[in-house]
Ligand binder design. Sequence first.
Ligand code: 0A1
Ligand code: ZN
Length: 879
Amino acid sequence: MRTSQPQTIYLSDYKVPAYLVDTVDLRFELFEDGARVHSTLELRRNPESDETAAPLELDGDSLTLESVALNGAELAAGDYEDRGDQLVVRSVPEQFTLTVVTWIEPQNNTRLEGLYKSSGMFCTQCEAEGFRCITFFPDRPDVMARFRTRIEANKDAYPVLLSNGNDVEKGELENGRHFVTWEDPFPKPCYLFALVAGDLVEKRDTFSTCSGRDIDLRMYVEPRNAEKCDHAMDSLKRSMRWDEEVYGREYDLDIFMIVAVDDFNMGAMENKGLNIFNSSCVLASQETATDLAFQRIEAIVAHEYFHNWSGNRVTCRDWFQLSLKEGFTVFRDSQFSADMGSPTVKRIEDVTLLRTAQFAEDGGPMSHPVRPASYMEISNFYTLTIYEKGAEVVRMIHTLLGPDMFRKGSDLYFKRHDGQAVTTDDFVKAMEDASGRDLSQFRLWYEQAGTPVLAISDDFDAETGVYRLTIEQSIPDTPGQTNKKPQHIPFALGLLGQDGQPLPLQLESGDSGAPTERVLELTEAVHTFEFHGVESRPVPSLLRHFSAPVRVRYNWTREQLLFLMSHDPDGFNRWDAGQRLAVDVIQSLVNAPDDAEIDPRLVEAYRKLISDADLDQALVAKMLQLPSEAYLIELTDKADVPAIHRAREAVLRHLAGALKGELLGCYQRHQGSGPYEVTPEAIARRSLRNTALAWLLMIDDEEGRGLAVSQLNAADNMTDRMGALRALVNSGYEADRQKALDHFYDRFQDDPQVVEQWFSVQASSDQAGQLADIRKLLEHPAFDWKNPNKIRSVVGAFAGQNLAAFHKPDGSGYEFLADQVCRLDDSNPQIAARLATPLTRWRKFAPAYSAQMKSALERIRDKSGLSRDVYEVVHKSLA
Ligand code: 0A1
Ligand code: ZN
């Protein structure tokens, strides 16, 4: 809880640590009313520090200090100072042993940082600064030490005791207690420390590495989840193999463990050798998890595993470098997912998230560079910018260098910095040194915030056969940054002739063997490129594969977009052309009269898509998804959300009405037979069917209703069950909706992950999730204010996905959210700050809305004892 105004921390103030820690010896005595932590540190002065007489300062948070000893002798009260957030020992020798005993109360820890309890088990979350909630320690990632951890607890209640590394000793103690000691041979920062104690079942497997070592793979879950581990285990083995084959990275310990916990602030955590997962990001079975969940789990398991090299072996010097590990690891996990399924579909999914949510963040009050220059609360910087834009930045290096040089660069990076805590600049330097390329201007991607805008114009000279493309880049101002310099942007493009054929891109005339796709490099504010030997005005296919995280402004005609939708050889750009067309049609209907015509060409384009069985069905499934309301809002200044909602729904209904026959045909065609499989083809099939069903129910089609009800009853998997349930919930068939929801709950009420889906399907629906309904969900016996997943599935889904209900003109949605943020601020500040995000975007909306959003924010600002987390987002967004 805040007692004084939060301080801003600046990258420019970075200093090497005054003391280093060589070893950490921990002993945990776990009890029901608390835990005693004995910590023995071997410390020495850092020879690289110029602060020769600095006192020893250790970080702490919410600790009760019991004793401090220096070289075995207990210190008297005057020899040290316990400032609450710091333990200061004024006078220490060059090298010494410090023993600190603290008492903590995991059972009362609702922030879920440090050591806490979840469903009766003890577990930890130490990134970013949670270790200081366990014991006093130099809690910064550039202090790396070897850890030895002894855990003592009651044997019946906590038969499984885990920490990082290898178990080296175990035994019985008095009073029904036992202990296990773990030793991690790899020096690590304390944010990678983990401990788990509970009554868990163990699932085992093995993985044989490229050098022939057998790794013991273990998953620990609550007994009721024993049958939900296979998918994560298989994903883990695929990840381990992939990292060997694609990056040459072999696993280093003998054991790799995964634990599932129900109460967790984020998705998962890469603790050395002991990854801890939010249950919803690791447990899956055909009956309980959707295809989306299966894919998410595979990606997150891979992400955490890949951190073993990109994050753990080579870690961050300070938290400003967070994207060093996160951007690179997201890039790696997205390459992995692309390799496991369809690269085009994966790219579409990544870009959808980036353009919808990261662009919104980059254009909002919390906008920050991939390497921020300052922060108040580091937990607020686990953002889409650090993760997703950071991954795009690494992807651009990959594009500029090509795959072989990129691999050389990553090999050099891992070799040069193994065991070190480094910076994003070290990463770029390794890429430069390995490839011989100059990335000095490219580094601006790490320093400048904001999404670059490329304004593109073209002209064609029929006489000379020259097609000219002019690209002008600009980067909008963001908080604290104006007058930005042009960035180095890889811009992939192609040109299509009138017959739909790709044209050779001749930058000089006569080069008829020129490639049909090029990556142009933009470095200046304005570039003009000339393409020769062009017979007639081509259609440009711009920014293929989304080769840079930028906004493209080009005046496409609807004809051109329709042409690209069916001819572009780049699948990503085909999809993108469809999105741009749909956006254009929807935008033209916002605030138009009810009887305004909907462009018949859109209907025909969709008719073609639905009926063409020769097209890649996974791509068709993506192309049938209309741009989301969130994306449409992102593209709009002063958004009127209810009007956008109405326009989008009008287009959906119109399409569904006009294409009813095709939709029914599509539904039947993709019925599928045989056993359930999670392959790209099967996923596409289910997605197409469920989209067809959802559209049919949008027009209250009786046949569709019948299909939904029977699909719900007959489904042998959660994707189909949820598809039917969602379609019914979003339909006007109120009696069916309620019956379906009740029946679903009866069946799955004992499964928290499914109950979360049940909450969120209602909270995100404008039919079932009006404010009064949301309040009822909060009163539901399965709702739990202490569980972040439940909060996200009701409050988060309402404010983030049920946009028309949240943005009710009377402001009730905003008031509601402000109330929940205030309520959570006391118990879980990290979650409270994240939940406040929709309100922080108040400037984006039409005046009547934005004024009310702002006043809801002001109400949060005025709450007494506001946490640092919420303080930062609220103050920055009101500034
Ligand atoms: N490093 C983890 C995510 C993570 C970050 C912060 C946390 O607590 C504040 C917890 C987990 C990852 O990237 O998977
Ligand atoms: Zn990560």
